[in-house]
Ligand binder design. Structure first.
Ligand code: ZN
Length: 137
């Protein structure tokens, strides 16, 4: 069980309609998936860069986590997500080392991943996500 790579970087944006064409031009690659995550009150759009994804996050509700983030900080880098082969164990491991968890146990995220967030106050200001693709070994 370990952290294997950076799975994605999450970027908060006001409008996917505006930012998808921008990122397609910037990265020279097409957006390959747009998906709403109701639980998180966001619509997400994904780009593949090597084995790492760029995840654009547009709020569907100003009171959701991304809506509040943009209201207080504006658009920009929101979180970094590390892929792991054993999310339950990794969440327990960092919690045992004093990291505060937002998610005590994994929950469903975009793209069929199991995800869990660590609190930015205990990760030197970086909202950190662990995720695991349980369909993949
Ligand atoms: Zn994420």
């Amino acid at each position: 069980m370990s952290i294997t790579h950076i799975e994605h970087i999450g970027i908060a944006v006001s409008s996917l309609e505006e930012t998808i064409p921008f990122y397609e031009q910037l990265l020279g690659t097409k957006c390959y998936n747009v998906e709403e995550v109701k639980d998180q009150k966001v619509k997400t759009a994904f780009f593949m860069v090597g084995q790492t994804k760029i995840e654009l996050l547009e709020p569907t509700d100003p009171e959701g986590p991304i809506g509040k983030f943009i209201a207080s900080k504006g658009e920009g880098m929101h979180h970094i997500a590390f892929a792991t082969t054993g999310i339950e164990d990794e969440l327990q491991r960092v919690e045992a080392n004093g990291v505060r968890l937002i998610d005590k146990s994994p929950r469903p995220g975009a793209e069929g991943l199991s995800i869990g967030f660590l609190h930015p106050k205990s990760t030197h200001g970086v909202l950190t996500e662990f995720c695991q693709d349980k369909n993949k070994k």
